[in-house]
Every structure is written in C-alpha cells, then in structure tokens.
Ligand binder design. Structure first.
Ligand code: HEC
Length: 210
C-alpha cells in the first residue's frame, strides 16, 4: 500500500497530465463522433509512449512531461495516416430515390441528410485526415446502413423513422453542425416545417404516432 502511494506521488505530474489527456481525448472524440474504444486506444498510445520515452533526470517536471505528450500526440497523428480505413470515399450510383413531393423537399433532404444517408456524399478535405477520416467514414457507413435515400426501398434501406427523427431533432446529429460546420445542414424552423410537410406527402414515409 505504502509502495503504491509512493509510486503515485512520484509520478503525480505524469498521472495528472495523463488523466487530463484521457478526459480531453474522450471529449474530443465524442465531439467528432469517433468510436470511444478508438479514442481510448489513441490516448493510451500517447500516454504509454510518453511514459516509456520520458527518461533521465527531471522526468517529473511539468514542462518536460507536457512537451513529451505533445510530441507523442504529433507522432501518433502522423503514424495513423497510413491506416487504409477511411480513405475510400465511395459514392455508388443512385438506384432509387423516393418520389419527393416537391423539389424543395429533396433540396432540404440533400442539405441536411444526404452527407450520411445517400450515394451523393460530399467528402470534405478533413475526411482524408485520420482520425477525422475514420469518424466521417463511420458516420456514412452507419448512416447508409440505417437508411439510404439513394437506395430507397432496396435491401431494407427504407424509411426507418425519417419523420420521427426530424420531429425529435435527433437528425442531423449534433457533431455534423458543430462549430459552424455544414451551416446549410442546419434547418430553420420554417424549413423544418416545410420539410416535414413535404415528407408527409412523399410516398414511402410513414409516421408512427407514439
Ligand atoms: C453526419 C451524418 C448524418 C447526417 C447528416 C444525418 N444522419 Fe441520420 N444517422 C446517422 C447515423 C450515424 C445513424 C445511425 C446511428 C444513430 O442512430 O445515431 C443515423 C440514423 C438515422 C436514422 C435511423 C434512426 C432510428 O432511430 O431509426 C434515420 C431515420 C436517420 N438517421 C435520418 C436522418 C435524416 C432525416 C437526416 C437529415 C435531416 C439525417 N439522418 C442526417 C448519421 C447522419
């Protein structure tokens, strides 16, 4: 017990910075929509790498530990660019779209939903930079899996609560429009009303009353 305490005290600077790194990492990961296990692995690489490369006298000094964490973060960011996942920006051809009630209905859906639920995804520059590329690819893969408005009614990629998620403000997800990203995807109250009216007049969209 005493030994553990001595160890904790001796490495307190490292532990504190490590803990802050974990918390900041998880918050950052959640904001960009990265899978939590992936965030954790990245953070642990930085912490573990810092621990093993911090040597010599003065290893408990805050500036040194901070510098080491910053360096390891940078090195990790460079190395993960070789991971192939996330670089395939596919847009298969459209097989079937809903018969939208009006052109405006389609336009609003394109602005707010097509970047994850269609075969007309606009891949931004940061979707080529890991780990953002992993997050974006995951959103599109999972989004298309749920409902794909370019493969509508094919392979079960159909309605799936479209009206409900708009009414409940669940879609588009918060990370999509965070930091002023995708301003066009943020619909005004009037646009939302118009979109819902359009969807209710588009065949294939069912609203469940609950
Ligand atoms: C940034 C990507 C992204 C955008 C933009 C987006 N979605 Fe999603 N959507 C997802 C992901 C990822 C899932 C699956 C995980 C989840 O449910 O959160 C999902 C799930 C869904 C589901 C199934 C959820 C359920 O509870 O049945 C529907 C329906 C849906 N989205 C509709 C929409 C609509 C309509 C829009 C536009 C108003 C939209 N989405 C915009 C990523 C996105």
């Amino acid at each position: 017990m005493d030994q553990l305490k001595a160890l904790l005290v001796r490495h307190r600077v490292f532990l504190l910075i490590g803990l802050v790194t974990i918390v900041l990492g998880l918050i950052g990961g959640a904001i960009i929509g990265l899978a939590p296990p992936v965030t954790l692995i990245l953070v642990l690489i930085v912490i573990g790498g810092s621990f093993f490369t911090l040597r010599g006298p003065g290893r408990q000094q805050t500036p040194r530990v901070l510098a080491q964490f910053a360096l390891l973060t940078l090195v990790t960011l460079v190395i993960i660019q070789v991971v192939p996942y996330g670089r395939q920006h596919s847009n298969p051809s459209t097989r079937n779209e809903p018969a939208w009630a009006t052109p405006e209905t389609r336009d609003l859906m394109v602005r707010a939903c097509f970047d994850c639920h269609s075969n007309e995804v606009t891949w931004p520059w940061y979707s080529s930079v890991a780990p953002l590329s992993w997050a974006v690819t995951r959103h599109v893969d999972e989004g298309r899996d749920e409902v794909n408005y370019s493969d509508f009614g094919i392979d079960d990629k159909d309605d799936d609560d479209t009206i409900e998620v708009i009414v409940d403000n669940e879609m588009p997800p918060g990370y999509y429009t965070a930091f002023g990203l995708h301003a066009a995807g943020t619909l005004t109250a009037d646009e939302k009303t118009a979109l819902l009216a359009g969807l209710r007049n588009t065949p294939g969209f069912v609203e469940e009353n609950d």
